[in-house]
Design a protein around this ligand. Structure first.
Ligand SMILES: Nc1nc2c(ncn2[C@@H]2O[C@H](COP(=O)(O)O[C@H]3[C@@H](O)[C@H](n4cnc5c(=O)[nH]c(N)nc54)O[C@@H]3COP(=O)(O)O)[C@@H](O)[C@H]2O)c(=O)[nH]1
Length: 817
């Protein structure tokens, strides 16, 4: 048991010290600041304590020594006279007693009394050598009549007691001061640790473990979370830490959001259906998307670093492409954007059309950093536009240029003749008795005749001449660059000769002739319109004279067109004589067959000339301006009719009215239309105005303004006879149209010509993509209706449903359907 105790004791001793050292080392490692602080406090307070204690001790010692010195002086003053008397009396006993009295005083250890002349009395023990002493001596004399020196006393005081006190005090002071310093230091360090350093360690460990993965965990110190603590330095540092953490969290989230946004945008650009190219500020390609590579055939790595102009060269179209890109660059640098249609070249050399938009990309400070080129393949649209343009410029039956193209060519020929000082021959041809042949042999025979006549006229011409079909059985020949007016007459003779052989129509030989009117530029007129009129007048003269002949224009022939003049004067009176009638043709929804509206079609019922179709008098009405009052009458009648039908059948049908471009020049057009609608109590959206592409060609600000005003009033607008005029789809976007009417010429052929079928299909699709409804005109056969229904054409109109009819007949039809 005792051994065990001894062992435990030893064990404690042997293990205790290393454990303490290791604790200290741990403390030093774990809390270096506290350790250093402790060391510093200990060192400085020890030095300070040492100095202070030393001073204290020294002062106390000096005080002790001065007490001893005082005492020596007190001995002198206290004992001198009594010793003098004792010596004078030589009273040895008294001297003895007096000296013992002195010797009994504290610290007085030795007395030596020299009695003059030669005796000495010593008392006490002389201190050993090396012992600190204080000595004081004074003379003892007798004062009488003669002053006599009796002796001298040397008093020795030992400082041994003072030294021993000093030693004791030093030990006590040092021990207590060191203990106190140590305890205070420990206390300070403990307080410091509690208040500061352990929190610093917590901060250090928080900062060490801080990463983007644990941003949610705020720094919390092990102390109360009150305002007092939050506002001190540690609280401020903690707050700063947590703010930093929050900012980092926000930054991280923003960065994540930005990254996802960038990812999304780059995916969108990469997978965009449009080709995208991004160039740097020197117009060198930095990026192209997949669509670009698909469209052009260039893989991305082959184009990066090149300029778009060099690229489009493809080794072929050098100058023009570079000039185009030069223009694009200049405009984008000047106004920030360029857009247009470009005929580009693929890598394999194929050409294609693209709609390009080039813009500059700017940084937030407004500095241009890049250029963006977005392209869209519009080859299909272009092909259809070209096809439409062809249909618009050429006569479908004969393949000859139509009136529009012929007039263009005539104008060009006149301009050239003016420049070159040459002549231009204009011939107006009209087949003799064509109406009779058409009526007796049928339309097919009429068509065959027209085609063959076109061929024979063309065969009679050479070089740069133009032959065109103006409509019906009328042809126009333009002979540019002539030197002699007689040249035209020779051509006219050749044409007449060409008609001398019979035509085979419906299996029969038929002789058909033609009458030709000739006008020459510049002698007969210098503008295309009048030249044509003059040739027309000459043609009437030729017919008048017996047909199968040509006639040169003469000024007096102008009178010959009196038929026309007669018609004009009759037309002027037709309105007041109430000779106009409005006929109606239903418009049906293709999918359901429901009647949704009707088109109002004007007829002139002249007591002299019979029922006249609008094609014959509308151009005259337009030319003379009579179309404005006539058009207003039509609008009024049409709106009133729609109102009557509603009352009669309860059906709210749409009413479509044809409006001539000339009516748009009437300043009161919009106002009077709105007045009519109000007067008829018809909502504006029940009225649809059909406008031909000719109006759009006008392209004036006034037209655009009127169309916008009508649209804003709620009136529906539709493009009539689509495909026969300008036929560019791009304008449809620029005007507020609601629907588009495909011309009957296309519908007539959908089941016969694949080209026409695909064209109709393209028009439907494109109109739908522009949010326009589509009406097909001239539907005569169920197969055409099926085709249109299958291809989602919205509405149809034609003889299949009903021919245009006077209002009572139309109402009857309406009740039946
Ligand atoms: N400014 C105005 N113009 C007018 C007005 N009324 C008519 N017009 C213009 O005259 C064009 C010819 O009109 P119309 O002779 O009446 O011919 C229309 C129909 O009869 C005809 N149609 C209808 N269905 C068929 C069919 O199945 N086959 C076939 N061969 N023809 C058919 O089409 C004409 C309707 O065409 P649209 O107006 O394009 O819808 C006429 O085109 C007007 O431009 C008027 O009041 N003012």
């Amino acid at each position: 048991m005792a051994a065990a105790r001894i062992f435990t004791q030893e064990d404690k001793l042997t293990n205790g010290m290393p454990r303490l050292i290791s604790r200290l080392q741990q403390f030093r490692r774990g809390s270096p600041l506290s350790f250093r602080l402790l060391a510093y406090i200990l060192l400085f307070s020890s030095v300070f304590t040492l100095i202070a204690s030393g001073l204290q001790i020294y002062t106390d010692f000096r005080k002790d020594v001065s007490v001893i010195d005082d005492r020596l002086h007190v001995i002198e003053t206290g004992y001198r006279s009594s010793l003098s008397r004792s010596l004078w009396a030589l009273d040895q006993n008294l001297i003895q007693i007096q000296l013992e009295g002195i010797l009994s005083l504290p610290d007085i250890v030795h007395l030596r009394l020299r009695i003059y002349p030669d005796s000495e009395l010593v008392m006490g023990e002389r201190p050993k050598n090396g012992t600190a002493i204080r000595q004081h001596s004074f003379q003892i004399g007798h004062q009488g009549s003669i002053d006599t020196q009796l002796g001298e006393l040397v008093v020795t005081a030992s400082l041994e007691r003072s030294y021993s006190d000093l030693q004791q005090r030093i030990w006590v002071i040092l021990t207590t001061q060191f203990f106190k310093t140590f305890v205070v230091s420990i206390l300070i360090v403990w307080i410091l640790r509690q208040l500061v350093t352990r929190h610093l360690s917590r901060m250090a460990s928080y900062a060490r473990n801080f990463s983007l993965e644990n941003l949610d965990e705020p720094l919390k110190l092990d102390r109360p979370d009150t305002l007092r603590y939050r506002s001190d330095e540690l609280g401020q540092v903690t707050d700063a830490f947590n703010q930093m953490r929050e900012r980092l969290t926000e930054d991280l989230e923003r960065r994540k959001r930005d990254e996802s946004e960038i990812r999304k945008l780059s995916m969108a650009v990469e997978q965009s259906p449009s080709s995208v190219m991004i160039c740097d500020r020197q117009w060198r390609i930095e990026f192209v998307n997949q669509k670009f590579s698909q469209l052009t055939g260039y893989p991305a790595d082959q184009v990066l670093g090149q300029r778009p102009g060099d690229l489009a060269l493809g080794g072929r179209n050098t100058r023009s492409t570079q000039q185009l890109w030069q223009t694009i660059r200049l405009q984008v640098q000047r106004v920030g954007v360029w857009q247009g249609e470009v005929n580009s070249v693929r890598r394999n050399g194929d050409r294609f059309w693209e709609q390009i938009v080039v813009t500059s990309i700017k940084d937030p400070e407004g500095r241009v950093t890049n250029f963006l080129v977005v392209g869209e393949d519009i080859s299909i649209r272009k092909r259809y536009e070209q096809q439409l343009l062809r249909q618009a410029n050429y006569d479908i039956l004969t393949g000859l240029p139509n009136r529009m193209l012929a007039l263009d060519r005539l104008k060009l020929a006149l301009a050239q003749a003016q420049r070159e000082n040459t002549l231009v021959g204009v011939m107006f041809l009209d087949l003799d008795n064509f109406k009779h042949i058409n009526d007796t042999l049928g339309h097919d025979a009429g068509d065959t005749l027209l085609v063959e006549a076109a061929r024979r006229i063309s065969a009679s011409l050479r070089g740069t001449s133009t032959v065109a079909r103006l409509g019906g059985d009328e042809f126009l020949v333009v002979l540019p660059g002539l030197k002699d007016p007689g040249d035209t007459e020779q051509v006219a003779d050749r044409i007449l000769a060409g008609f001398s052989t019979p035509f085979i129509l419906g299996g029969q030989e038929v002789f058909v002739t033609t009458s030709i009117g000739i006008a020459i530029y510049p002698s007969d007129c210098d503008n295309s319109g009048t030249l044509l009129q003059n040739a027309d007048a000459a043609m009437y003269e030729a017919k008048h004279k017996g047909k199968s002949a040509w006639e040169r224009f003469a000024p007096e022939m102008k009178e010959v067109s009196h038929e026309r003049l007669q018609m004009e004067s009759r037309l002027r009176r037709a309105q007041e004589l109430d000779e106009f009638e409005l006929w109606f043709q239903p418009i049906v929804e293709t999918a359901t067959g429901h009647v949704t509206g009707a088109e109002a079609l004007l007829r002139w019922n002249s007591p002299v000339m019979g029922l006249i179709m609008p094609d014959r008098f509308i151009p005259l009405a337009e030319e003379t301006g009579m179309i404005i009052p006539i058009g207003r009458w039509v609008l009024e009648q049409a709106c009133m009719a729609a109102r009557r039908w509603q009352e009669a059948t309860g059906r709210e049908l749409q009413i479509a009215v044809n409006v001539s471009p000339r009516q748009f020049r009437d300043p009161e057009f919009v106002e009077s239309t709105l007045e009519i609608l109000t007067a008829c109590d018809l909502p504006p959206n029940r009225l649809e105005m059909e406008i031909t592409e000719r109006l759009i060609l006008d392209n004036s600000i006034e037209t655009a303004t009127i169309l916008r005003q009508l649209d804003e009033a709620g009136i529906r607008l539709s493009v009539d006879d689509f495909g026969t005029g300008f036929s560019a789809l791009s304008y449809l976007k620029s005007y507020p149209f609601d629907s588009l009417k495909i011309d009957k010429a296309f519908v007539a052929d959908v089941m016969v010509s694949g080209d026409n079928a695909s064209l109709v299909l393209a028009i439907i699709n494109m109109a739908h993509s522009l949010k326009l409804t589509v009406v097909a005109e001239g539907v005569e056969e169920p197969a055409q209706q099926d085709f249109l229904r299958k291809h989602h054409c919205d509405f149809a109109q034609g003889y299949l449903y009903s021919r245009p009819a006077p209002e009572p007949d139309f109402l009857a039809w309406l009740r039946d359907h």
